[in-house]
Design a binder for this molecule. Structure first.
Ligand SMILES: C[S@@+](CC[C@H](N)C(=O)[O-])C[C@H]1O[C@@H](n2cnc3c(N)ncnc32)[C@H](O)[C@@H]1O
Length: 322
């Protein structure tokens, strides 16, 4: 079933009072001292969206480990949790621990996709993720966007990150070369105020637009799949002086730098799809950014969650000026 989202997405953190959010965040941080304040703020903001989605979903959902920690903390404050459920959903939303059968509910990826879909269908925005792991790593603060900034995502896919930025009040412009991805983004986000989508290649869009953005970003998106010697100058052209460029991708495999190609077999086509991407070490990225006139270039690997091997390369720099 396809669910068309016509209501603007809501920041789920607003479902819970500021005082209660602080209490839950403090409970979690007292138990897990490795959770910094900003991550606690995000966790406590996302958790009510998960509870809201669970209240309406007919199928079981699975929270990310971070959201689960915040849900536990909330459930332990039994009166506040029961009141919240009754006032917000008109019923109690139970926490049922245990593993869901893989055959019946799909693996971790399938469950995660179902959960994100259910959160969005319930009308809530999911957070901005830079990594391949849910609720992991930094969020929208990387963009350093002031209130009502204009941001451009290159290779926005189905638009979840962009929708989050629009929900925060920014003008959020997304570009993707794939009509399939953009159809899905339009269907999911409908007329979310502040969100604008363009089906275009990243180089074409950046060379054609007259708009100047406060931030340009890409999450495993077009910046990874475009020659940086073409992409970086094009991004400089569309960034305001001092604007932020940020992007994430998988870290390079040792010794495999520059343009890399993969053949991807497709179920319904006789020939594999050839995908080119550009991989560099963090130092190579910062050198390249400096060569193209960017300032304060930083590139770091975000470590993966416990039990996972591959981290995420996160790169950030500023356009000159201002
Ligand atoms: C791995 S997906 C990531 C999508 C999204 N950023 C996310 O995090 O879910 C890569 C996206 O980049 C888009 N893309 C790849 N090359 C592009 C290009 N040159 N211009 C615009 N979009 C591009 C693809 O169509 C795809 O939607």
């Amino acid at each position: 079933m396809t669910i068309v989202e016509e209501r603007p997405a809501i920041d789920a953190g607003t479902l819970v009072s500021a005082e209660l959010r602080e209490t839950i965040a403090a409970d979690v941080r007292a138990k897990y001292d490795h959770i910094p304040e900003d991550l606690a703020y995000r966790g406590v903001g996302q958790m009510p969206a998960f509870v809201a989605a669970s209240a309406t979903s007919e199928k079981p959902l699975s929270p990310s480990p971070l959201v689960d920690d915040f849900w536990h903390a909330f459930v332990l404050r039994t009166k506040a949790y029961a009141d919240f459920c009754q006032e917000t959903f008109g019923k109690f939303v139970h926490h049922q621990p245990g593993f869901l059968d893989r055959e019946e509910h799909g693996g971790g990826k399938g469950l995660r996709a179902r959960t994100v879909d259910a959160i969005q269908a319930a009308g809530y925005a999911v957070d901005l993720y830079w990594t391949q792991y849910p609720d992991h790593g930094p969020g929208a603060e990387v963009l350093g966007a002031a209130e009502k900034a204009s941001v451009l995502e290159l290779g926005c896919g189905t638009g979840g990150n962009l929708a989050h930025l629009a929900t925060l009040g920014h003008r959020a412009v997304g570009v993707d070369i794939s009509p399939v991805q953009l159809d899905a983004a339009r269907e999911r986000w409908g007329d979310l105020p502040g969100l604008e989508l363009h089906q275009r290649g990243a180089l074409d869009f950046t060379s054609e637009t007259a708009e100047r953005f406060d931030a340009v970003y890409s999450v495993f998106g077009a910046i990874w799949f475009t020659d940086p010697d073409q992409m970086l100058p094009a991004i400089r052209q569309v960034l305001r002086p001092g604007g932020v460029l940020a992007f994430s991708q998988r870290p390079a495999v040792e010794g495999c730098y520059g343009c890399q190609a993969s053949y991807i077999n497709q179920a319904d086509a006789p020939n594999p799809l050839v995908v080119r991407r550009w991989d560099y070490t963090p130092d190579m990225w910062t050198d390249r950014l400096k060569q193209h006139g960017f300032r304060y270039a930083l590139a770091n690997e975000v470590t993966p969650p416990d039990g996972w091997k591959t981290g995420t390369l996160l790169v950030r720099a500023l356009a000159p000026g201002a």
